[in-house]
Design a binder for this molecule. Structure first.
Ligand SMILES: Cc1cc2nc3c(=O)[nH]c(=O)nc-3n(C[C@H](O)[C@H](O)[C@H](O)COP(=O)(O)OP(=O)(O)OC[C@H]3O[C@@H](n4cnc5c(N)ncnc54)[C@H](O)[C@@H]3O)c2cc1C
Length: 266
């Protein structure tokens, strides 16, 4: 049997919901320093077992092929030998059911390169930042905050996290803690299908932006010169909120064009 390419070990697995987990892996060799918000790849061979609550693969994988997919890193940028990932299981997917079967001590492949342009390098220290996420799209913002919150006292930073139910709000405790600890950080979780125990916002993201809550709670204005917007997660959310922002003067930043709207789709 040919030797496998595994180069990292699972050191922690936190199963938040049947289809959501935080996975921490330690790589055998450190990676080079990366920018908060970037991503790398995780990989497992097709011969690895799938989780018990998964379904048959939509597209069968070959047993001896290393299945690789991109995952944003939640860790702070100085953590170059241990990486945290926040992963949602696609039950019929090729890789995620195999990742969900992993236990502490199991081996896995982690890409050698850390890449991506979704980061804060274009944000002046005094620009206000509004970071909007659905699902696992919260991950790059956790890295932004763990890496940079101390360095940006002049900047107001807001996280708007939208989900159906409270249990879907990954990193709720950490974000609530930052909300209490930093006077310039504001956490605005909003639920579209909450039960009566939820005391917070119940707005769709566009409704929240229309409602004036941003100015009222955080003193942040939707002005492309002053406030940078970040969108990460579900492509439909990204498309709809991008449309709202373009109607309010925002232009998307791309490799070729300037703008203060930054987008990452999963
Ligand atoms: C830059 C980048 C960063 C990413 N970061 C993360 C991250 O931090 N956490 C994370 O969980 N995922 C992340 N993803 C998505 C990830 O790369 C995989 O696409 C996802 O985990 C599914 O892989 P799979 O092999 O299980 O499914 P596949 O076998 O690749 O997909 C099977 C089918 O499921 C559907 N599908 C694919 N992805 C999703 C999805 N996310 N939700 C619902 N249905 C889907 C598609 O229709 C696809 O045909 C990221 C993607 C990109 C491009």
């Amino acid at each position: 049997m040919t030797p496998n390419k595994y180069n990292a070990t699972v050191v922690q697995k936190i199963q938040i919901r049947p289809n959501l987990m935080i996975l921490r892996v330690a790589t055998d060799e450190p990676r080079t320093k990366f920018a908060a918000g970037q991503y790398t790849t995780l990989g497992l061979y097709g011969y690895e077992p799938r989780s018990e609550n998964s379904e048959p693969e939509a597209i069968p994988s070959k047993p001896d092929k290393l299945i690789q997919r991109a995952y944003s890193i939640a860790s702070a940028r100085h953590e170059t030998q241990q990486f945290e990932f926040y992963i949602s299981q696609v039950k019929t997917g090729q890789l995620t059911p195999r990742l969900f079967h992993l236990e502490v001590g199991d081996r896995v492949f982690v890409g050698r390169r850390i890449v991506g342009v979704f980061n804060l390098s274009d944000a002046p220290k005094d620009a206000d930042l509004v970071m909007i996420a659905t699902g696992t799209g919260i991950t790059p913002y956790i890295s932004f905050l763990r890496s940079h919150i101390m360095e940006r006292p002049e900047s107001k930073m807001v996280v708007i996290q939208a989900a159906a139910h409270q249990g879907d709000l990954g990193y709720f405790s950490e974000l609530s803690f930052l909300n209490n600890a930093f006077p310039n950080f504001y956490y605005l979780p909003t639920l579209t299908d909450a039960d009566e125990t939820w005391p917070g916002l119940r707005l769709w993201i566009e409704e929240l932006l229309d409602s004036g809550v941003l100015a009222e709670k955080a003193g942040v204005v939707c002005d492309p010169q002053k406030t940078h917007f970040y969108l990460c997660g579900n492509p439909i959310m990204v498309e709809n909120v991008s449309k709202w922002l373009s109607e309010h003067g925002y232009e998307k930043k791309t490799r070729k064009t300037e703008g203060t709207l930054f987008v990452e789709e999963f």
